[in-house]
Each structure stands twice: as structure tokens, then as C-alpha cells.
Design a protein around this ligand. Sequence first.
Ligand code: HEM
Length: 121
Amino acid sequence: MNLVYDLFVIAHLLGMAAIVGGYGAVYFGSGEARVSEVMVWGARAQIITGIILVGMAESIDSLGKDPDHAKLGVKLVVALAVAAAAEIGRGKAKRGEFVPALTHVAGLLAILNVVVAAAWN
Ligand code: HEM
């Protein structure tokens, strides 16, 4: 079961890379801060893999995890805001509307969640 858990941690880290890397690419690459499909999929992946990780950590004793509910609650709220900003920004971009603020909200809040994940002990 450790292996399955570790695979979800890897997927969770790749999802994080998709949002933050995707943000860096649109921000520094094109000079136009449009939400990319990669960011949207990364944001969705974080919520799904994060909830699976919490479910496994809570229910499988042999993993030896003791999740911090306050920290995870904050991460969930931030992740939902990231996904909302990314989905709305992408939807508008597809209709030719360009709202850079939504891209920045999604990218910067994702970075905030990395800080929460790493620094909240
Ligand atoms: C934008 C959204 C998110 C980002 C960028 C993010 C980022 C990260 C990062 C970088 C780690 C590794 C930290 C470390 O091992 O020290 C991590 C771990 C973790 N995250 Fe997230 N996360 C996000 C959303 C979520 C959500 C919504 C949940 C669940 C409610 C969640 C649950 C977890 C759990 C349980 C771990 C611990 C894995 C372990 O056992 O080491 N994350 N997250």
C-alpha cells in the first residue's frame, strides 16, 4: 500500500508542477498571461490526488500518517480557488476574452499551497 500511496504523492507533485510550471511558461514564455490547458488539468489533478492522499492517510494505519486537518483544510480551500480561477480563465480565453488576473490568481495561489505544504509543520 506504501507504493500506491507513493504513486499518488508523485502524481500530486506532477500536478503541482503542471500548474506552477504552466504558469511560468505562460507568464515568462509568451508574455501573455493566458490560462493554459496544462494549468487547468494540474488544478483538477491536485484536488483529486490530494483527496485520495488524505483518504488513504486517514484509513490505512500501516502508512503511519497523522494528517493535520487544519493544514489540509487550508490547502483544500486554496486548491478550490486555484481550480475556479483556472477553469473560469480558460473558459474565457476559449471565447476570446483575456483576463490576466485569473491566470495570476491561479498561479500565485498554487505557489501559496506549495509554501503551505512545505512550511506548515
Ligand atoms: C494547488 C493545490 C496543491 C498544491 C500546489 C499542493 C502541493 C503539495 C506539495 C508540494 C506537497 C509535498 C510536500 C511535502 O511532502 O513536504 C504536498 C503534499 C500533500 N498534499 Fe498537497 N497540494 C495541493 C492541494 C492539495 C489538496 C487539495 C489536498 C487535500 C485536501 C492535498 C493533500 C496533500 C497531502 C495529504 C500531502 C502529503 C503527502 C505526504 O504524505 O507526504 N494537497 N502537496
